[in-house]
Design a protein around this ligand. Structure first.
Ligand code: NAP
Ligand code: G4F
Length: 328
């Protein structure tokens, strides 16, 4: 039975990846940080097969203990401070967790591996946010990186450190440059879930309007369940490498709003959306669209869920959740 260690198991991707690996017969260990972390219960309820180990990406010795306990064949480093807007307010902490945390996890993996440095396969959760002020459309593995946020800068550090460990030590280390991926498990601070939840609440009479920032930003949005499959495929490849994972389509926040409100029978949402400058960012990433040709051809990966299906899935899930909370 193969063994995997997932950092960030309490997050959106961690939960989907744990489900995927358990379904494939893996023994799965999930790193959970902090004392009495309330998300631990979420993992225990939603993916009960996961064995929880405690540790923090900023604490190398805790990661080495986690490696010894899990004795993994595969390490998926998904843990990060992942909310871009928060990263300006907490730039140093973001650098320590999202940037230096990758170095800590690579070091824990290298030290655990001993003489056989290709024995443990390593996945790093890199991000399309690294493309920032995009230098090429669409963005591929060869596109120059130009990050626009402390989060993006931290991800660039982790990305190059992963490449460096592959080149320096011959580790099977892969970096997935994933474009935005969403689901009903998405945190409510991200724009897609913020909208799907608000649309559900507005349609049920529980909320009057929604305040948002820049409605013209465009993202290449896919379904998180499809994207964790790409992570697994990278670690089954003969050697570590870097791959863009994206749908190849881009849509604005306005288009997301159109489909989300239409799902609850509202065609004109202009009076229901308030543009609030508080949600504008010091520097914006205006356009992301990925070219995933390499992942398609080398890994046989294909996204299964379309943009309208994704939006509909999220609104429907939030309608169910809000109805249950309101006792309807
Ligand atoms: P998420 O839901 O925000 O999950 C982040 C995870 O990191 C949580 O489990 C969180 O634990 C954990 N974490 C935070 N600080 C930590 C620390 N100091 N030590 C250990 N764990 C820590 O993110 P996601 O959407 O699942 O994304 C997974 C990864 O992919 C992240 O690295 C993200 O930056 C990257 N990524 C995401 C996307 C996307 O569109 N979703 C795209 C590209 C790349 P707590 O629950 O305890 O806070
Ligand atoms: O949903 P967002 O916060 O996601 P963002 O910044 O693209 O980052 C996500 O995707 C990255 C991959 O490219 C990941 F690496 C990262 O961890 C995270 O998962 O914002 C999307 C867009 C932005 O342009 C933002 O300015 O939506 C715009 N937006 C407009 N109003 C808003 C809002 N974003 C949020 N969160 N909240 C708003 O009210």
């Amino acid at each position: 039975m193969p063994r995997a260690l997932i950092t960030g198991v309490t997050g959106q991707d961690g939960l989907y990846l744990a489900e995927l690996l358990l379904g494939k017969g893996y023994e799965v260990f999930g790193l959970v940080r902090g004392q009495n972390n309330p998300k631990r219960e979420l993992v225990e309820q939603q993916v009960p097969g996961v064995q929880i180990v405690t540790g923090d990406l900023t604490d190398l010795s805790s990661l080495m203990r986690a490696m010894t306990t899990a004795a993994p064949d595969e390490v998926y480093n998904l843990g990060a401070i992942s909310f871009v807007a928060y990263s300006w307010e907490n730039a140093r902490l973001t650098s320590e967790v999202t940037g230096l945390g990758v170095l800590n996890m690579l070091e824990a993996t290298r030290l655990y591996s001993g003489d056989d440095l290709s024995r443990v396969r390593f996945y790093q959760a890199s991000s399309s946010e690294m493309f920032g002020k995009v230098q090429q459309v669409p963005q591929s593995e060869a596109t120059l990186l130009w990050p626009r946020s402390p989060y993006g800068v931290a991800k660039v550090y982790g990305h190059y450190m992963t490449i460096n460990y592959r080149e320096s030590y011959g580790m099977h280390a892969s970096s997935g440059i994933l474009f935005n991926h969403e689901s009903p498990r998405r945190g409510p601070e991200f724009v897609t879930r913020k909208i799907s939840r608000a649309v559900a609440r507005i349609s049920l009479g529980l909320q009057d309007s929604i305040s948002l920032g820049n409605l013209d930003a465009k993202r290449d949005w896919g379904f998180a369940g499809d994207y964790v499959d790409a992570m697994w495929r990278m670690l089954q490849a003969p050697a570590g490498d870097d791959y863009v994972v994206a749908t190849g389509e881009t849509h604005s926040i306005r288009e997301y709003l159109d489909i989300a409100f239409a799902r609850v029978g509202i065609d004109d949402w202009s009076d229901l959306v308030v543009v609030d400058p508080r949600f504008f960012r010091p520097a914006e990433v205006d356009l992301l669209i990925g070219d995933a040709t390499k992942a398609r051809t080398e890994l046989g990966w294909e996204p299964q869920v379309s943009f309208p299906e994704l939006v509909t899935m999220m609104v429907d899930a939030d309608l169910d959740e809000q109805r249950a909370l309101a006792g309807r």
